[in-house]
Design a protein around this ligand. Sequence first.
Ligand SMILES: N[C@@H](CCC(=O)N[C@@H](CS)C(=O)NCC(=O)O)C(=O)O
Length: 233
Amino acid sequence: MTSILFYGVPEGCSFGSIVALEWTGAPYRLCRVDMPGIVSSDVYAPVNPVRETPSLMLPDGRVMSESMAILNHIAARSNRFGFDPKSEKFDRQNQMLAFLNISFFNAFSPLWHTLEHELEPQAKEAIRTYGIGKVEKAHAQLEKLLDGRQWLLGDEKSFADAYFAGIARWNDFHQVVDRKQFPALNALYERLQEDPAVRFAWAIEHEEEAKTTGKFLGHVSLDEALAEVKQAA
Ligand SMILES: N[C@@H](CCC(=O)N[C@@H](CS)C(=O)NCC(=O)O)C(=O)O
């Protein structure tokens, strides 16, 4: 069996895992999962009991979740994107991924909350103001971590950049900071918009014609995917 990435729409953080799979050139399939409808339903529970996306079904039918674990799993099996666990690059990639997955990701949580919940106008305003402060701070921190580099780890792109591409666009969705205030971060974001895998992930999310430059083998329905997950159980 070939791996299946369960990716959430709209605006899912699975975006980075799609980019990573494209970059490696390993064969994979995709299963589209609507959020919050399908992801929070019992049907999805065998894929991820926490009821979140992304999840990755491995060729042996096991399913794993959490973006950091998925990205590390894919990287470890790639010649180009995997690093020796005892190397400085491995540590640096984990550090970057952790910052992105915890601080950068969570900075947007208050803003998502204001969109997804019915709130009194005053409460909504207060939570949005709190969120804007967090997003500004996370951008300033990431600009410092980048320290003028071209890519998050230095001269070459890594899965930290793939994950960044998926989360950083939330700034546009919520219209928070002017990214140009953070020149290195802005340049990284713009560079990634030209990447064929980033364009592919965007087209997949928006159900537009998507040209794989990796080994995307097509979509499977959730029912088809669940049959493969169960088979291996
Ligand atoms: N720690 C998890 C967080 C995953 C997560 O929060 N996924 C969101 C989409 S970005 C989700 O599935 N939300 C469920 C929902 O919207 O109902 C990871 O990094 O993979």
